[in-house]
Design a protein around this ligand. Structure first.
Ligand code: G3I
Length: 381
């Protein structure tokens, strides 16, 4: 689908998008997609997409309402869960590609680029249980390296140039102290660094065309200093050892800190700039990979809450997009109805979370306008 067709769709069609859902559409959506606006600055806009059974009320490509919203707004997508070991590797010897294949096929039919997330989520909590319990035998290092390299080579070999960017390693740094997690794999291979390095070297060889990303959630809010410092140490180590890492994926699961957005931003922006300066001075590109906002400390009133979230998002993007190596911004879902946040951290007052660009009834919110304005205000890449 070319850009004009997609824009046409957006002009008339988020309404069509909700045809399968009983909720009415109040506001007419903007006539210009976020991806189209981003592209005027040399950037792209995208979102996470899930798998579901056809027609399920889910944030899935197989839900026509959600699919049309993504097709209307996005130039690229990422599978929220279907490339993870937990989904792709039911057993040590099997791969289950069907669900990811279905997402990729849909994306390609709609001319959406696809990112891969992820090849190694380096925490025991996110390993399949069989991997935590695995018997590495008499030569544990050899067997661990075989398992990891086979996984990456199989996935990258299967998808070739259909995927242009991978989160090779996800969340390897402990937020509390900045130290790297140990896992069954790292204990067998002799430490976390050799394990992560092997993942990147294997990915570079198997997919020389692809952008290789380290992806993590260190953010600009208070309480993230140790996490940011740990990520910087990891990135420095990659450079020192010649590990082929191209970019830092900044997840951007933002959390408002109270109603005075200006004061919050004023307190947080210096440290954030300092962090991004350090990352980019090492030669890493940046991506925003999983943007959404937890509306903590904002009143339950929807108009006030949505405006606070929008202002916070705008300030964050204005600063972060000022780094011109940043070309891709992806949200972790586009519709409040399907966001992971409600299940992860509900609001204390019981009001439903409103973390994304579109509300439960697929109506655009002020956060969408904030993202559009941030793209429009960004410098050309
Ligand atoms: O699909 C099964 C369902 O059949 C089962 O009944 C249910 C019972 O728990 O689980 C369902 O799977 C859940 C899946 O989300 C789909 O809803 C998994 O348990 C749950 O662990 C999984 O959570 C995902 C989480 O990563 C762990 O993989 C979230 O959807 C996803 O949004 C989240 O995404 C992460 C990024 O990968 C990395 N960065 C942080 C981000 C948010 O946590």
């Amino acid at each position: 689908m070319d850009r004009i067709t997609r824009r046409d769709m957006l002009a008339g069609a988020t309404g069509a998008a909700v045809a399968g859902i009983a909720a009415p559409l109040a506001a007419a959506p903007s006539p210009e997609s976020l991806d189209a606006i981003a592209r005027t600055r040399g950037m792209r806009f995208g979102s996470a997409v899930n798998w579901s059974a056809p027609g399920a009320d889910a944030g899935s490509f197989a839900n026509p309402a959600y699919a049309r919203l993504v097709e209307a707004e996005c130039g690229l997508i990422v599978a929220e869960n279907e490339m993870k070991w937990q989904r792709l590797r039911p057993t040590p010897t099997a791969f289950a590609f069907e669900r990811f294949d279905a997402i990729l096929g849909w994306a390609e039919r709609h001319a959406l680029a696809v990112r891969g997330h992820n090849l190694l989520w380096h925490q025991p909590k996110w390993f399949p249980q069989w991997l935590n319990d695995y018997d590495f035998g008499a030569r544990p290092r050899v067997e661990a390296e075989r398992l990891l390299t086979t996984h990456i080579q199989t996935v990258l070999g299967r998808y070739g140039t259909r995927i242009g960017s991978y989160d090779v390693v996800n969340e390897a740094v402990r937020p509390a102290d900045g130290v790297l997690y140990d896992t069954a794999l790292s204990r067998a291979t002799g430490g976390p660094e050799p394990t992560l390095d092997l993942a990147f070297h294997t990915a570079r060889t198997a997919a020389p065309h692809a952008q290789l990303v380290y992806n993590d959630y260190m953010s600009w809010e208070p309480g993230n200093a140790a996490h940011r410092a740990g990520v910087l140490r990891l990135l420095e180590g990659f450079r020192r050892r010649g590990t082929p890492v191209d970019a830092l994926g900044i997840q951007s699961h933002l959390v408002t800190q109270g109603p005075d957005i200006g004061a919050t931003v004023g307190r947080q922006q210096g440290e954030w700039r300092h962090f991004l300066d350090a990352v980019t001075q090492m030669g890493y590109a940046l991506l925003v990979t999983e943007l959404d906002v937890r509306d903590n400390g904002l009143p339950a009133d929807i108009a006030m809450r949505d405006q606070g979230v929008a202002d916070y998002t705008r300030a964050y993007l204005d600063l972060t997009l000022s780094y011109r190596s940043l070309r891709d911004v992806l949200c972790w879902g586009l519709c409040d109805r399907y966001s992971w946040i409600e299940g992860f951290e509900p609001r204390r007052d019981g009001a439903r979370r409103r973390p994304t660009l579109y509300d439960d009834r697929f109506r655009p919110k002020p956060m969408r306008a904030a993202v559009a304005a941030a793209f429009a205000g960004a410098s050309m890449r």
